[in-house]
Design a protein around this ligand. Structure first.
Ligand code: MF3
Ligand code: CO
Ligand code: CO
Length: 290
């Protein structure tokens, strides 16, 4: 019989495959081959021409997510998901922004069960009942588009399915609250108040961010109620991500010695969804749609 409660996690790391190459015809972000990104110079308010380029990068990221999420099934490795995403992005002329970003070794993130974020694709085999976040950022035309989705592996217990669905709803509520003239902290206020109804943990250590010429621009979008802090006023023409992570237990994380993977300390399951959005005079517009 299908369980209605989520199990505690017991994830361990697998083996990371050799580096996937990117043809030299594909433009690389400036941080590739360096230890970290340059200081950001572009402003948070984008020109119409830059917005069109972010639209293109965002659409490609969303299409890559659709393709990779469709491939999820019991028996597939996260490395195979990485291969599918990597090859799709290259075929679109896009660079997988995660690859060599501050030393990240793969082209996308796969975060399973108790993993909050930044899981590295490896030889780990997805099993019936798992939940997995796939996070893909595409760089093309000099700009990034960033999004992530959850995929269910086979038959998933009800508690986990509800967490996945409600985290998506929390993201959409946060997005709908993002309107010009408000402070960015309105987004987290809405997300946290929704998450509290279900007694979910709200992760504070990772946030949304401005995105465009830079992968992470410097603008920070908390997913918890941070007021009166994070009082940047939302302005028409801003582009940023909303990417809440909610947990079944406590939201505190700890990092593996791979320098990336963050799992909940209590090994409770975590879910995340992400979109890149544009602030228009009519409200928020989601750019990471296929
Ligand atoms: N895509 C992630 C985000 O939403 C960042 C991943 S950084 C990586 O901001 F290096 F782990 F890929
Ligand atoms: Co992001
Ligand atoms: Co992302």
């Amino acid at each position: 019989m299908l369980a209605d409660r989520a199990p505690r996690g017991t994830l361990t790391k697998g083996t990371v495959s050799p580096v996937r190459e990117v043809p030299s015809s594909i433009e690389r972000p400036e941080y590739v081959g360096r230890t970290g990104p340059e200081r950001v110079t572009a402003g948070e308010v984008k020109s119409p021409a830059t917005i069109e380029r972010i639209r293109t990068a965002s659409r490609i990221a969303a299409q890559a997510l659709e393709l990779t999420a469709e491939a999820v099934r019991p028996g597939i490795t996260t490395d195979e998901i990485d291969r599918i995403g990597h090859e799709f992005l290259l075929a679109q002329g896009a660079y997988p922004s995660s690859l060599h970003y501050q030393g990240f070794p793969k082209s996308l993130c796969t975060s399973i069960n108790e993993t909050i974020c930044h899981g590295i694709p490896d030889s780990t085999v997805l099993e019936d009942g798992d939940i997995v976040n796939i996070d893909i950022t595409a760089f093309v035309g000099g700009v990034h588009g960033d999004a992530s989705v959850m995929a269910l592996v086979g038959d998933v217990d009800e508690e986990s399915r509800l967490l996945v669905e409600r985290t998506k709803e929390a993201m959409h509520r946060g997005i709908r609250a993002a309107r010009a003239g408000r402070e960015v902290n309105v987004i987290g206020r809405v997300i946290e108040s929704y998450a509290r109804r279900f007694d979910y943990g709200v992760v504070r250590d990772f946030t949304g961010h401005g995105v465009g010429e830079a992968f992470h621009s410097g603008l920070i979008i908390p997913h918890y109620d941070s007021a009166p802090q994070f009082d940047d006023v939302i302005v028409e023409g801003m582009v940023f991500t909303v990417e809440p992570m909610l947990t079944l237990g406590e939201p505190d994380g700890e990092q593996w010695d791979d320098g990336w993977t963050v799992v909940t300390k209590d090994r409770s399951r975590s879910a995340q969804w992400e979109h890149t959005i544009l602030i228009t005079g009519d409200g928020p517009e989601i750019l990471t749609l296929a």
